[in-house]
Design a protein around this ligand. Sequence first.
Ligand SMILES: [Zn+2]
Length: 152
Amino acid sequence: MGIAQRANKKKRVKAIHAKIKNRRKDALHKFSTQLVNNNAAIIVGDVSSTKLVKTKMAKSVLDAGWSMLKTQLEYKAIARSVVFEVVNESYSTVTCSCCGAIPDSSPKGRAGLRIREWVCSECGAEHDRDVNAASNILAAGHRRLAVGIPAL
Ligand SMILES: [Zn+2]
């Protein structure tokens, strides 16, 4: 791609872009099919890529095709009778999934984006940032399923 861009070969650049887009789509389809086939319920957070467009994270979120993946998961889950829930993911990063506190030590704000691992100052649990947030989102999904609140 870089070589084609430097040589100013617009047609070639366009073709490479299309190829990358297709590969990504294929990979997302494989991943979403695998997730739906191997799980009875899928819970996702409600952060949309459009909400993040103004932040620095926007590019990576859009690159990852998050909204495309969510769409695929939703229709595939419905087709296979897998439970699919979208939950509010506010505070999922800052809340300790072990004790439920929002400790002083949890990653917060812009500075917190760089923190990948942290220890809860309330209960001492060690967290991987993403695993902790995912645990909180999953718990929120379970709570919703338990009380039967209709989806958004
Ligand atoms: Zn804790």
